[in-house]
Design a protein around this ligand. Structure first.
Ligand code: ADP
Ligand code: GLC
Length: 476
């Protein structure tokens, strides 16, 4: 076995706000099959230490950015975790990033995570474990390769994965000293970004390799519409960049065994009809004779929720219904409330975060709507495929890479798995929804579409093999 240290701010089953947690939690099992043992380093937020079994202290810091800290190795549901126990940084109420708005010391909190990762990678742990590869996820771990390189020569290969370039880990230049970064690093060739520190940029400059979570997003990142100011740097590093599509956890997301729903499978969709009925009752929906669309999403501009508001009237007028679960931007939440209020019995809404409910929605929905403006990978369209809940997606990023559009040719050759629209605007989305709703009325065609989606291989095999190949190349 060879070792990889995965560094992340969230990880299923311990703590999750979005897809990063799903990926960080599921990739290690895939990697194990390729001969790479991953240990996942994340902050010991409140309650996390209690969840880990067979705990053992494996590293200590006399002073980690303002206080004592230690690293505990342990296991949670078969996942090997390293919990960074630093009460001055992580022992506070709220989510991983704030309560409810961002903690002002987030730059320090996640620089500390990155610094700890670099020290572990360089020195190894007291139980003898030492990684050959350090794999940093997003801006929260972006400084890990930088700290490693600043400490002098080492034998650890580094990878940074961009899950979303919209979050760049910005901090005022005045924090250089607090973060232990030399003034010489504050240049446009290194971690300076428009007069501020960017921890993501640091990673993009200093890591040996850059990956992102779909091939299309890798190409998009080199264009100004998607690169958010970092397109030049990424294009410059194109030779070190690859796009590896995320998988899903096929055990957690399995309609045949999901405890939240009546079970069903690709050979018999009967249970799905039962789930649909239950879901409609749960959302107070009564008057739908067309498709039931579901939305499980952060309610933010990225996710194109304005396009839902703009197309809902027509979709509903033509017989459709909507069940929406999400939270986020207060203005978008209000927009969704208005939609639900204007369409009682046709639009049901839950503002909040509810993992169990999301399973019931995939179990009972006819289609999942994902009209994102940009989407590095996206996971809900993959859950949709797995559950026979046909994805209707914007043709961008990982959505473009994971759904085969039901055009005439793809239908004729039995390849289609969902619907894509482009350009990403209300006109194209509305048109696409209408096409989908039309096909929904052709029960035989619809069920073929559902079953093709359910038969896709969506697990981690292909992707973890690609990550393993990358690690191997870097450590040769
Ligand atoms: P992102 O990470 O950009 O939010 P992804 O599609 O990659 O988008 O991942 C989102 C994850 O969070 C999925 O697992 C999705 O099911 C879940 N999710 C999002 N919003 C909610 C919610 N309100 N309740 C339950 N699960 C949610
Ligand atoms: C980010 C992206 C999402 C992706 C997830 C996991 O949150 O917004 O598209 O699926 O990371 O990689």
């Amino acid at each position: 076995m060879r070792n990889v240290l995965s560094v992340t701010s969230e990880c299923v089953p311990l703590i999750k706000t979005g897809g990063l947690a799903d990926v960080a939690g599921a990739l290690p099992a895939g990697l194990a099959a390729t001969g790479w043992q991953a240990r996942t380093l994340l902050p010991a937020y409140p309650g996390l230490l209690e969840k880990a079994e067979a705990k053992q202290q494996v590293f200590t810091f006399k002073d980690l950015m303002g206080g004592k800290a230690r690293v505990m190795v342990g296991s949670v549901d078969g996942l090997d975790v390293l919990l960074l126990d630093a009460p001055h940084l992580y022992d506070r109420p709220g989510g991983p990033y704030g309560n409810p708005t961002d903690f002002p010391d987030n730059p320090v909190r996640f620089a500390a995570l990155s610094y700890a990762a670099a020290q572990i990678a360089r020195q190894g742990l007291s139980d003898g474990w030492k990684p050959q590869v350090l794999h940093a996820h997003d801006w929260q771990a972006g400084l890990a390769p930088t700290y490693l390189n600043l400490g002098g020569p080492h034998d650890v290969a580094t990878v940074v994965t961009v899950h979303n370039i919209a979050f760049q880990g910005l901090a005022p230049a005045a924090m250089l000293g607090v973060l232990g970064l030399p003034v010489s690093s504050f240049t446009s060739e290194a971690l300076e970004y428009w007069g501020q520190i960017s921890t993501l940029k640091a990673g993009l400059v200093d890591a040996d390799a850059i990956t992102t979570v779909s091939p299309t997003y890798a190409a998009e990142l080199m264009r100004p519409e998607f690169g958010m100011g970092l397109e030049g740097l990424i294009a410059h590093r194109a030779g070190d960049l690859s796009g590896i599509l995320n998988g899903i956890d096929m055990d957690i997301w399995n309609p045949a065994t999901d405890p939240e729903i009546a079970s069903y499978s690709v050979t018999s969709l009967k249970g799905k009809a039962k789930n649909r009925k239950a879901l409609m009752a749960e959302f107070g929906l009564s008057k739908i004779d067309g498709p039931l669309g579901i939305i499980v999403s952060r309610l933010t501009a990225q996710k194109g929720m304005d396009l839902i508001a703009a197309t809902a009237e027509q979709f509903i007028a033509e017989g459709g219904g909507l069940a929406i679960l999400g939270s986020g931007d207060p203005a978008i939440e209000d927009q969704m409330r208005l939609l639900a209020r204007n369409h009682p019995g046709k639009v049901g809404l839950r503002i909040g975060y509810d993992e169990a409910l999301s399973h019931r929605m995939f179990g009972g929905g006819d289609m999942v709507l994902v009209p994102s403006r940009f989407e590095p990978c996206g996971l809900t369209q993959l859950y949709g495929l797995r559950y026979g809940t046909v994805p209707i997606v914007a043709a961008t990023g990982g959505l473009a890479d994971s759904v085969i559009n039901a055009n005439t040719m793809a239908n004729a050759s039995n390849a289609s798995t969902g619907f894509q629209f482009h350009p990403i605007d209300a006109l194209a989305f509305g048109h696409c929804l209408r096409n989908a709703a039309l096909m929904f009325r052709d029960k035989a065609a619809w069920s073929r579409l559902q079953k093709r989606g359910m038969k896709q291989s969506l697990g981690w095999e292909a992707s973890s093999t690609a990550y393993a190949a990358l690690y191997e190349r870097l450590t040769k």
